[in-house]
Design a protein around this ligand. Structure first.
Ligand SMILES: [Zn+2]
Length: 376
């Protein structure tokens, strides 16, 4: 049985409702995955995570490897046991973090040498090792180690990084099959290939065609939403989407604004993650169906309304804007938790609205309705 099954397709766009079977359950896409980089969705307990309706979390091999370390995770049988999280988890390989966080890094044919951003200690990741690490983490979906480039990158830098990413993907897949050959299908983690190519449509196309030939369980699009213009981002994304098989899940790494998620789902993307909903919450910014609001704004000082009257989260059910504004301005930690719950629930609810709209064949109208209200 295939792991990914398309249930319904929108008539006028590429949006689709699908289900992705992983070893800890069935994920119904489109989805947004809250980020638990360091084995924690910042400020939220497991009860909070369950209540907002998160189907899958995202964590990170680079961070978990450095802290708490794989030996600690082994004691708990992996990340789920350590966090006491029962549901599916996808792990990013850490290529982006090696690139963006470590001060010293050197990429060779075989892998990448880097120094920990925490204590400066030296480490060496290879595509094979990163598969082995994800086996210890025991996440439901693994990703291949990739080579990231700066934005902007020159064409030749992006081409070189892409070439290496593709070779490393083959090595990661080989290691993945060695590990899994004696395992029953229901116990296997899935492996996603990563598509690079910076902002260059022809490199993106090349990356998508090459990844498609590797027969991964799904595809993760990396290296976009990193500072390029929206026009460049969507042009590169279009080049990828036109060249990926339609029967596999597609995950846009690190994209988390509601308007972009709506547009990407319309183009056929199924999965998203981003730190912004929780990071913005800690900066007092809330997503609402009528756009972003800054809770410290004087106009909310005596406002008895919830953050978003259309929201069904615990924060909106129980607390006023005035109280949330007071908590934030007083530096109370509770404001981080309550705003994070709301922002994550807001995005998860958007994906639920999308699923309904796809089911009714009205995705384009639903997106228009969202945009009119949100961007007003
Ligand atoms: Zn809410």
């Amino acid at each position: 049985m295939e792991n990914f099954e398309i249930i319904e397709k929108d008539l006028l766009s590429h949006a689709r409702n699908a289900q992705l079977r992983v070893k800890r359950g069935t994920i119904r896409t489109p989805i947004f995955m809250p980020v638990a980089t360091q084995a924690s969705v910042k400020a939220l307990s497991q009860e909070d995570i369950a209540k907002i309706g998160a189907q899958c979390l995202l964590s990170n091999t680079y961070h978990l490897y450095l802290r708490p370390g794989l030996e600690t995770l082994k004691v708990f049988g992996g990340l789920n046991g350590f966090m006491n999280h029962p549901g599916p988890i996808l792990t990013d390989s850490g290529g982006f973090q090696v690139y963006s966080l470590s001060k010293l890094r050197k990429i060779t044919e075989n892998g990448v040498h880097f120094n920990s951003h925490i204590d400066g200690s030296s480490h060496f990741f290879t595509p094979e090792k990163v598969i082995d690490y994800q086996r210890i983490i025991d996440s439901d979906i693994w990703t291949c180690l990739d080579v990231c480039v700066a934005n902007p990158a020159s064409y030749s830098q992006a081409k070189e990084a892409l070439k290496k990413t593709l070779i490393w993907a083959q090595r990661a897949k080989k290691r993945y099959h060695e590990i899994n050959k004696s395992m029953e299908n229901s116990q296997k983690s899935l492996l996603f290939g990563i598509i690079q190519g910076s902002i260059f449509p022809d490199l993106r196309k090349e990356a998508a065609i090459a990844a498609a030939q590797e027969d991964f369980d799904g595809f993760a699009i990396g290296g976009l939403s990193v500072g390029e213009s929206k026009e460049q981002m969507f042009e590169a994304l279009a080049a990828v989407m036109e060249n990926l098989p339609k029967n596999k899940p597609v995950y846009f790494m690190g994209l988390g604004t509601p308007e972009d998620i709506w547009r990407c789902v319309e183009m056929g993307v199924d999965m998203f993650d981003c730190v912004l909903p929780t990071r913005n919450a800690r900066n007092g910014q809330a997503l609402t169906s009528e756009g972003k609001i800054y809770i410290k704004n004087a106009r909310y000082k005596k406002d008895e309304n919830p953050l978003d009257p259309l929201c069904d989260c615990e924060t909106c059910k129980k607390y006023s804007r005035a109280y949330l504004s007071h908590l934030y301005k007083s530096g109370e930690l509770l404001s981080h938790r309550l705003l994070s719950i709301h922002n994550l629930r807001f995005l998860l609810r958007q994906t639920e609205i999308m699923k309904e709209a796809i089911s009714e064949g009205k995705f384009t109208q639903a997106r228009k309705k969202f945009m009119e209200r949100y961007m007003c």
